[in-house]
Write a new protein. Structure first.
Length: 287
């Protein structure tokens, strides 16, 4: 957030010191300098915004909200509106957050993070079409936006638009911080598109990765699992039926891949790996 040209030089100097301390992780020390900058120039919007962000990072939500409200009394800035909205979003007040995100976009329609958080709020309130619309806007502005592509891919997957899921994954596959997440979705899509060998390969690769899921991806994972249960019913019963079929020895590669997917959705990654590893060797020899 750039400082205004109208801000006195001594206030800017103190503000820059606060930024330096903040970048070093010395947040408590940075607070004092932001407060000093505001004392010198009481309408220092950027200092108020950064002060609010610092309080938020320190877990002092009420102080952060109070600070953002003071900043908005100076100017209805789209970045401050977003930050205030995030505080409400993080406390599960999604409607209040959505109101602020929408206002930020009314001020700046090309505000990427404004569209992203608007999408999150809509997603949390089960308004999936609106969430999808804003995610597509994020990707239009920044086609390699990692989280937007993650979330959009999960929405499209639930809609069974598997080729579109692959388009999302193609944008981020080389920058993804969670390769297993990406490979699992590739594998699931390939299965549904009838590319069983490729699905088995991708799911097997995913099982050999050890991702540490962030809260964001945990949320996507849980939403996908809920929708999967709605789609196929009792996962454990489906697993049992497929396991019985395999014991009879009349299973196809599609059955093997389907069972591995069910294991993954049920959190049984080791079973999926044990199933997929010999499967790849078996069908390689047969081809």
């Amino acid at each position: 957030m750039r400082t205004s040209n109208s801000v006195p030089a001594d206030a800017v100097s103190v503000y820059n010191k606060a930024l330096e301390l903040s970048n070093k992780g010395e947040l408590r020390a940075a607070l004092d300098f932001y407060l000093q900058a505001i004392k010198i120039h009481p309408k220092f919007l950027e200092a108020f915004n950064n002060l609010g962000e610092t309080y938020s990072k320190l877990g002092e939500r009420n102080k952060a909200i109070k600070t953002y409200l003071e900043a908005l009394s100076i100017q209805r800035d789209h970045r401050v509106l977003l930050n205030l909205g995030v505080e409400y979003y993080n406390s599960a007040n999604f409607q209040q957050a959505l109101s602020l995100f929408t206002e930020s976009l009314n001020i700046n329609q090309s505000f990427t993070e404004g569209h992203f958080y608007t999408a999150l709020a809509y997603h949390r309130t089960k308004n999936i079409p609106s969430a999808e619309l804003h995610l597509k806007k994020v990707i239009e502005l920044d086609f390699r936006h990692l989280k937007a592509n993650y979330l959009l891919s999960s929405i499209l997957y639930d809609k069974k638009e598997y080729n579109k899921v692959i388009e999302c994954l193609d944008k981020i596959k080389d920058i993804a911080d969670d390769k297993a997440f990406v490979k699992k979705y590739y594998g699931f899509c390939m299965y549904h598109l009838g590319n069983y060998m490729e699905a088995a390969e991708l799911l097997s690769e995913a099982m050999h990765l050890s991702p540490e899921y962030s809260k964001f991806k945990d949320y996507i994972k849980s939403m996908t699992y809920e929708n999967k249960i709605k789609e196929i019913g009792d996962i454990k019963l489906k697993i049992k039926d497929l396991e019985k079929k395999m014991m009879k020895g009349d299973s196809s590669i599609g059955d093997y891949t389907h069972l591995s997917m069910l294991y993954i959705f049920n959190g049984e990654n080791k079973k999926a790996e044990q199933l997929l590893t010999p499967l790849k060797e078996k069908f390689k020899k047969a081809s």
